[in-house]
Design a binder for this molecule. Structure first.
Ligand code: ZN
Length: 357
């Protein structure tokens, strides 16, 4: 079978979205779509193209002062009886329409049709974002091809419904453990009840007042929540251990270490064990290409409250933000769809920003 990404398809980001959606690419099964994308990019004389696994990178080398990355993941969550795509009025339905083939389509459309952008551009089409981090194409590049990620600014075309979402909050999950001594409840005074001791942990959580932090005009709301509690041995034993699992979402003005120090203060006197930790990312809106981008979009940026791959760029010192046509609420949903108008708006915005050389 020939490559469905023909020149006629590449010039229209809406048709291109649909064509990409119809190339099934569940995580770890991205070879076909990566082959098609690589083939398109290799045909463009203004790009140099390389591949690592099922991640494809193409870049211009025009000697511009600044370099911008446009990135999107090629994989989707498992198909849920929603392929091939269908169109109903202004909506394209199908697996990956919002998250994030419509965003990939914008980048691939630009790669194929914009030979002389205002900044040097690096296009990254990467594998396995929807599964464990060890398979993530950007993670693998950061280990094996970090020079492909070098830039002054990066846009991830993840679904944001046409709004700029800047930075992201960090995540820290810890287990707060209380200890006691087992005894028979008939002689409870001989034991120490670890579940009763956890009451103090819950009281501190209840009294906790999370911060709201504004950085570069983006407002981040932190949160500290118990997400699980376990304890108890049997109906006739005073328990000697209780564990409260606590999740902190922290604004990107704190490092992971500062977030952990903060939890040690909140739970002073208790044993803490870290089970998961991921840094946040500052909005990075002061880079010149970022300012121009926000102007091209024409609306105020919002804070990203979840964790996204922008923080991988941030960790490498590259300011990054999310901007894409899909609605994030529809990501991974069985009725996942994207508005055709949002795809056209997104393409026009990126063009306004990048073509003004
Ligand atoms: Zn995504």
């Amino acid at each position: 079978m020939g490559n469905p990404l023909t020149p006629d398809v590449l010039v229209d980001p809406v048709v291109l979205t649909r064509t990409l959606v119809d190339i099934e690419s569940v995580s770890r099964d991205e070879k076909t779509i990566a082959d098609c994308v690589e083939d398109v990019l290799r045909r463009a004389p203004h790009l140099s193209t390389e591949r690592h696994g099922n991640t494809v990178m193409a870049r211009t080398d025009l000697g511009r002062d600044q370099r911008v990355v446009l990135a999107g993941h090629l994989d989707t969550v498992p198909v849920n009886d929603n392929l091939p795509s269908t169109v109903v009025d202004d909506l394209i339905y199908g697996c990956g329409t919002a998250d994030m083939k419509s965003g990939v389509a914008l980048a691939l459309h630009l790669a194929a049709t914009l030979p002389d952008p205002r900044y040097d551009l690096t296009y990254l089409f990467y594998e396995s974002e929807e599964i464990e981090s060890q398979f993530n194409g950007l993670h693998l590049l950061s280990q094996h091809r970090p020079e492909w990620l070098a830039a002054d600014f990066a846009v991830l075309l993840e679904p944001t419904y046409g709004v700029v979402e800047a930075g992201c909050q960090g995540t820290l999950r810890v287990t707060v453990r209380t200890r006691g001594r087992r005894a028979h409840p008939a002689r409870a005074w001989r034991g120490v009840n670890a579940i009763h001791a956890a009451g103090e942990v819950l009281r501190r959580l209840g009294d906790y007042r999370p911060r709201t932090v504004t950085i570069d005009g983006c407002t981040y709301r932190e949160g500290l929540s118990a997400v699980r509690i376990t304890g108890g041995v049997a109906g006739n034993v005073i328990p000697d251990e209780c564990a409260v699992e606590v999740d902190l979402r922290f604004a990107p003005d704190r490092t992971e270490q500062q977030a952990l120090d903060h939890l040690h203060e909140v739970f002073a006197g208790f044993e803490l064990e870290v089970t998961d930790s991921a840094p946040g990312a500052l909005p990075g809106l002061d880079a010149a290409p970022a300012r121009d981008f926000v102007t091209a979009v024409g609306s105020e940026p919002a804070a990203k409250l979840g964790w996204t791959d922008v923080s991988r760029f941030s960790a490498l010192g590259v300011p990054a933000l999310n901007y894409g046509p899909g609605d994030p609420m529809l990501a991974h949903a069985p009725d996942e769809h994207v508005e055709i108008g949002k795809i056209r708006d997104g393409a026009a915005t990126l063009h306004r920003w990048l073509a003004a050389y």
